[in-house]
Ligand binder design. Structure first.
Ligand code: MG
Length: 227
């Protein structure tokens, strides 16, 4: 089993990039946001243009991004599913706050997100997980990351997400936990989903699954060789 987990609005109840823009960017970021919502620019163009409007020093920005709060039940969720599932946080936001939040929570969950680049008086980003074939031109092609992490194993995939960046991969996932606008999208597109508000809800739903997934077979331990 493979959990593909969104970050902004999902693991972190607030949207990190929006919070950053609200605090440090020229208000013109809202006009750019509207262009993206209306489909006139893609998410890469949107984020690059918005982040260019930020004016603050590196230390200030790092401190802000390190203060991102995560869902209080996320750590328990990770501990519960880890024995029988692989997990990946796949976000079309910035990687720095995610990596920092996982480190702070003592969790080692692989992170696939846009690379944060601190600059002299602001912040930029690059797109190591974008793909020319991406149907929605995202910064991070969640469909391709899901495929890479699966690595041909044909794992049952579970998406946990809340927004526009989760729409494409929702079509491919075997099971979807949805909140926010992803609920409307799943409803409109006939994608079965389970609604959730927090990871406490996700955990409760997984614990109630009629078939409890069995832990994967562990590599046999090599016998201790005594010289
Ligand atoms: Mg989100």
């Amino acid at each position: 089993m493979l959990f593909i987990i969104d970050f902004d609005g999902t693991v972190a109840p607030a949207d990190t990039v929006d919070a950053l823009l609200e605090k440090f960017a020229d208000p013109d970021w809202l006009r750019i946001e509207r262009e993206w919502v209306e489909g006139r620019i893609n998410s890469r163009q949107c984020m690059a243009a918005q982040l260019a409007l930020i004016s603050a020093g590196e230390l200030t920005l790092r401190t802000f991004l390190e203060s991102v709060m995560i869902d209080p039940a996320f750590a328990e969720f990770v501990r519960y599913v880890s024995p029988f599932a692989d997990l990946a946080i796949v976000s079309d936001g910035l990687d720095y706050p995610i990596v920092h939040a996982m480190h702070k929570a003592g969790l080692s969950v692989p992170v696939y997100a846009n690379r944060t680049e601190f600059r002299e008086c602001g912040v930029g980003l690059s797109f190591p997980f974008s793909r020319p074939s991406c149907a929605v031109n995202s910064g991070v092609c969640k469909c391709s990351v899901a495929q890479t992490v699966d690595a041909g194993r044909g794992l049952t995939s579970v998406l946990i997400g809340d927004g526009r960046s989760d729409q494409c991969v929702a079509h491919q996932a075997d099971f979807v936990f949805a909140k926010g606008s992803l609920i409307t999208y799943c409803r409109d597109n006939g994608i079965p989903y389970t609604p959730f508000q927090s990871f406490a809800d996700v955990l409760a739903a997984i614990r109630a699954w009629p078939v409890v997934p069995q832990p994967r077979a562990k590599e046999p331990q090599c016998p201790l060789v005594v010289a």
